[in-house]
Design a protein around this ligand. Structure first.
Ligand code: SF4
Ligand code: SF4
Length: 298
């Protein structure tokens, strides 16, 4: 099995477009996992049919039984997260409750209990390019890393021997990214020639290095800012990172997204470049897998 995550420190670099292109070009069996649980949209680039959905329960939250509460105010005083308010009766604001359980433990009346709350949903869809696992985190829920873990776990369960697990990662460098990168064989970091993207590239590389996947870099729209593009190359050279490819600015990418299709189905410069990128990544990761002594891919 080969596990590849397409990630980006910064949003809007074209990460999902690249993931969809690689998925479209892969002729082997694969499971797709959309770990951008705050804004999953990989399914929008394929014909997809949802086959299952299940609730996702993250952290527990405190619940106050008003009939037992004697309004002493101790829970409000002790809550470090400012999650308990008194608007006539003491109540818990679930958006701020971190589920630490201190209030339940300290309430002299035993009026507080902890309960699982639904923080999102987990979906499985079928697409023309394989099974897709994706999710939706409810707004304000702070358990995105855990939901990402569930998405990856489900993707691994979906097929006994998938050749590939191809992951569309979240933007940023926080908990969801860490959860995405852990256990991956390789990551493809999609960046672009802008000062903020270079800044975020440095941060995302620092995170990835803690987990040891093979790191590859792709510069999207490389021809828009030559100076910053050269700075990205210099940074990667200094860090011993391989810039696997550069994609030109291509207006047809916008057209492909608008039509809800991978760019590889268009006769376009970006689509052609992605074909070469896929062949490169595929041969490198397959050789790496053989080097680990695993069975050849079907
Ligand atoms: S600690 Fe218990 S009794 Fe006191 S205000 Fe909170 S819920 Fe009510
Ligand atoms: S469980 Fe912790 S965070 Fe939640 S309301 Fe109680 S003290 Fe505050």
């Amino acid at each position: 099995m080969i596990k590849l995550a397409v990630i980006s420190g910064k949003g809007g670099t074209g990460k999902t477009m690249v993931t969809a292109a690689l998925a479209d070009l892969n002729q082997r069996s694969q499971v797709l996992a959309d770990c951008d649980v705050d804004a999953a949209n990989l399914q929008l680039l394929f014909q997809s049919q949802m086959i299952s959905r299940e609730p996702f329960h993250g952290l527990e939250s405190a619940i106050i039984d008003a009939s037992q509460c004697r309004a002493c105010g101790l829970c409000q005083e002790l809550c470090r997260f400012g999650a308990i308010h008194n608007g006539g009766v003491y109540q818990v604001d679930r958006m701020h409750c971190e589920g630490c359980g201190v209030c339940e433990n300290q309430c002299p009346e035993g009026a507080i209990t902890m309960a699982k709350v639904q923080n999102g949903e987990l979906f499985v869809s079928e697409t023309e390019k394989g099974t897709l696992v994706h999710a939706r985190l409810f707004p304000g829920s702070g358990t995105s890393g855990l939901l990402v873990h569930k998405v990856k776990q489900k993707a691994e369960e979906m097929t006994p021997h998938p050749s590939w697990i191809l992951v569309d990662g979240p933007p940023g460098t926080g908990c969801p990214l860490i959860s995405t990168v852990s256990g991956m064989d390789a990551v493809l970091i999609v960046t672009e020639p802008s000062v903020s993207a270079l800044h975020d590239l440095r941060r995302v590389v620092t995170v990835c290095r803690r987990f040891g996947p093979r790191i590859m870099v792709l510069i999207n729209r490389y021809d828009l800012e030559a100076d910053v593009c050269q700075q990205i190359h210099d940074y990667c050279d200094n860090q011993g990172l391989r810039v696997i490819a550069q994609l030109p600015f291509d207006p047809q990418v916008i057209e492909a997204v608008r039509k809800g299709m991978p760019i590889t189905r268009f006769d376009s410069p970006a689509g052609k470049a992605l074909l070469h990128i896929w062949e490169d990544i595929n041969s490198e990761l397959v050789a790496n897998e053989r080097g680990r002594g695993e069975k050849p891919l079907p």
